[in-house]
Design a protein around this ligand. Structure first.
Ligand code: SIN
Length: 277
């Protein structure tokens, strides 16, 4: 089906599309909202250029898709806007958010449906791209025998596996969630099956010996991290990426040290993953 209120240009045949013809700072009509939503479902991650949004405008756009998530332990740089997660790296950074392939906060009982990242400043001398993987395609490419085996499996996702938290000073108000999810989840809107493990958060497959779990997880991580399932987005100042965490994982490149990269993310709440429709 074609689009009437937006233009949609695919980044790769597998995942990702750039959307133009929309100003996200204003009120979006219902027809345009439905088409943006459809573009997200069809392409799994969508990109917008030249969207210099305030935090209020970014929150307002995110709220059209659902309740906004408050990160359990990320520093809150805007006390009046705890829903805004700041993404920042510069010469003083020891590490950056999202360097390891992950689906956002998959350690939550109800991991986020989607994330909307606005990069306001790109590094002065290039770098800082983000890659996204199509986890439907990663699932589809497995053998039928492996699909049958994984159908009954669940895995633990732990916040403390995330490198950012391992090195951070812990404070009393921080929470470090851990949750068990199906290894293959059914997308609640498209009904498609997606592989739902990621190197950033998934620690073990329940019911297997440690050596079995480690080997199987490493195989699945490497499988989904192959570039044939990816697109790679080159940011400009005031670009937005909106990805569906239920069907993708992503990785931020930190190849621009000591330059500065800065942006704001809002994250839309999701529901508990389930194995089949
Ligand atoms: C994230 O994981 O949300 C960060 C992605 C990025 O900085 O490109």
């Amino acid at each position: 089906m074609s689009y009437e209120t937006i233009d949609v240009r695919k980044l790769t045949p597998t995942i990702g599309a750039e959307i133009s013809g929309v100003d996200l700072s204003g009120q979006i009509g219902n027809r345009q909202f439905e088409e943006i939503h459809r573009a997200l479902m069809e392409n799994l991650v969508i990109f917008f250029r030249d969207q210099d949004l305030t935090v209020e405008q970014q929150k307002s756009f995110g709220s059209r898709f659902g309740k906004l998530h408050i990160h359990p332990n990320a520093p809150k740089m805007f006390p009046d806007h705890p829903e805004i997660l700041t993404i920042k790296a510069d010469a003083a950074s020891k590490r950056v958010a999202g360097e390891v392939w992950h689906s956002d906060v998959s350690c939550d009982e109800e991991p986020p449906m989607g994330s909307i990242l606005l990069i306001k400043e790109v590094p002065a001398n290039g770098g800082g791209d983000t890659s996204f993987a199509n986890m439907y395609a990663a699932y589809d490419a497995l053998s039928d025998t492996m699909k049958r085996f994984l159908a009954g499996c669940t895995a633990v996702h732990a916040s403390l596996k995330s490198a950012n938290h391992q090195y951070r000073d812990k404070t009393a108000d921080m929470r470090f969630p851990e949750a068990e999810h199906p290894v293959v989840r059914t997308h609640p809107e498209t009904g498609r099956k997606a592989l739902f493990v990621n190197r950033g958060f998934t620690t073990r497959i329940v019911g297997l010996e440690a050596f079995e779990s480690d080997a199987l997880l490493e195989m699945l991580f490497r499988h989904a991290e192959q570039s044939r399932f990816h697109c790679r987005f080159k940011w400009r100042d005031n670009s937005i990426a909106f990805w569906d965490n239920r069907a993708t994982m992503h990785q931020a490149m930190w190849d621009y040290y000591p330059e500065r990269r800065y942006g704001h993310r809002v994250t839309v709440c999701g529901d508990r993953p389930f194995p089949r429709a």
